[in-house]
Design a binder for this molecule. Structure first.
Ligand code: UDP
Length: 361
């Protein structure tokens, strides 16, 4: 049986990997070994997803976290290389754009082991973002690039990927499958609406954790001021990322919104289903808002998910509090209406078929 090693380490990667692992298990044609780098390690940032989404337990946990980018990537690189030399997989699968993604791809490619990149081709064109650096290098190292959108394919073409010995395929976005698959279960299991005494359609769901916001106090302060203004009219529920919490605690910032600990995926899906709209700098949440037919206000200067903005379903507002409030006032009156499927359907199966064909051709 052919073998893949999946390298993951951050919250959005657990959610994406859950979809593919389930399909891999269903067919029993490929052995999957999971390496958890440890990048996210709190129970509510990691284990809760393995439990709820029934992701197979990692065979290796590298426990590497809370380091600068260089040190973190370097330590991961060395440890993943040793694991790959021992496991001798036919391919390594990486997701998205974190340091775990980059180190998995780099360790594999130099051995050499084939690299599969899920969520390839996305670009923000902002080289100040660590994620942009990670995804550009990972794409260049990959043998199979599985793209969520036409714009991702266009980005790779513009970078000359058609001249490289790599296969580029549009599959759609694997997060669509996660939302579809876990939506019923979340309705059954989650009690968050009751626990927080939330009314459907009468609260805003917000998350902020991108380094470009957390590392610039002015931006962070301005975003929270915007959220605070909105909360005078409608409750703002804010599951707080550990990085954001650290900064708020360090500077003793206190804002009058409903801050809660990071939630598991089931709770997140219920919050998404019932909220009025979403305000976020998260990549994943922008699409999950769309999958749940909610408008999204993007607290960044750009987005990789340009289709949402082009279709009038999301607005880029940066960190300006006034812009955030204006976008809220704009969307709160409107009815969400999107007839087209922007991110595909049954994506996990297509990704699985591509990986199988890479391994067995
Ligand atoms: N998420 C979650 N609980 C939270 C916050 C986010 O389950 O408290 C999920 C969210 O639904 C999405 C993923 O985590 O599926 C997004 O991760 P994050 O925002 O950390 O990363 P990004 O997508 O920006 O890379």
């Amino acid at each position: 049986m052919k073998k893949i090693v999946t390298v993951l380490g951050a919250r959005p990667q657990f959610i994406k990997a859950a979809v593919l692992s389930r399909i891999i298990n269903k067919y029993s044609e490929i052995e999957e070994v999971i390496v958890h780098t440890g990048q996210h390690f709190d129970i509510n940032m990691s284990q809760v997803f393995f439990d709820e989404m029934e992701i197979p337990a990692p065979k290796y946990n590298l426990n590497i976290h809370s380091l600068q980018h260089g040190a973190m990537t370097g330590q991961m690189l060395a440890k993943i290389e040793a694991i790959l030399m021992n496991e001798k997989p036919d391919a390594v699968v990486v997701y998205g754009d974190t340091n775990s993604t980059l180190s998995g791809a780099l360790a594999a490619k130099k051995l050499p082991v084939k690299v599969v990149h899920i969520e390839a081709g996305l670009r923000s064109f902002n080289m100040k973002m660590p994620e942009e650096i990670n995804r550009i290098i990972t794409d260049r190292l990959s043998d199979l690039l599985l793209c969520p959108t036409d714009s991702a394919i266009a980005n790779l073409n513009a970078e000359g990927f058609h001249n490289f010995p790599a296969k580029v395929v549009k599959t759609g976005d694997i997060m669509k499958d996660a939302v579809t698959f876990y939506s019923e279960k979340s309705a059954e299991k989650s009690t968050i609406m009751k626990n927080l005494v939330l009314e459907s359609d009468n609260f805003v769901l917000a998350t902020i954790h991108r380094q470009e916001n957390t590392d610039h106090l002015e931006n962070l302060n301005s975003i929270f001021k915007g959220l605070e203004s909105i909360s005078k009219e409608m409750k703002v529920v804010f599951p707080i990322h550990p990085r954001t919490r650290q900064i708020l605690e360090k500077y003793q910032y206190n804002f009058n919104i409903t801050m809660i600990n990071p939630v598991g995926y089931f709770d997140m899906l219920e919050l998404l289903k019932h909220c009025k709209l979403v305000i976020t700098d998260s990549g994943g949440l922008q699409k999950e808002a769309y999958f749940n037919q909610k408008f999204c206000i993007i607290a960044r200067e750009e987005t990789e998910w340009v289709e949402l903005v082009e279709n009038g379903l999301a607005k880029i507002v940066g960190s300006d509090s006034q812009n955030i409030v204006e976008a809220f006032n704009f969307f709160k009156q409107r009815t969400f209406n999107s007839a087209t499927e922007l991110y595909g359907n049954n994506v996990g199966e297509q990704i699985y078929a591509e990986i199988k064909s890479l391994l067995y051709s």
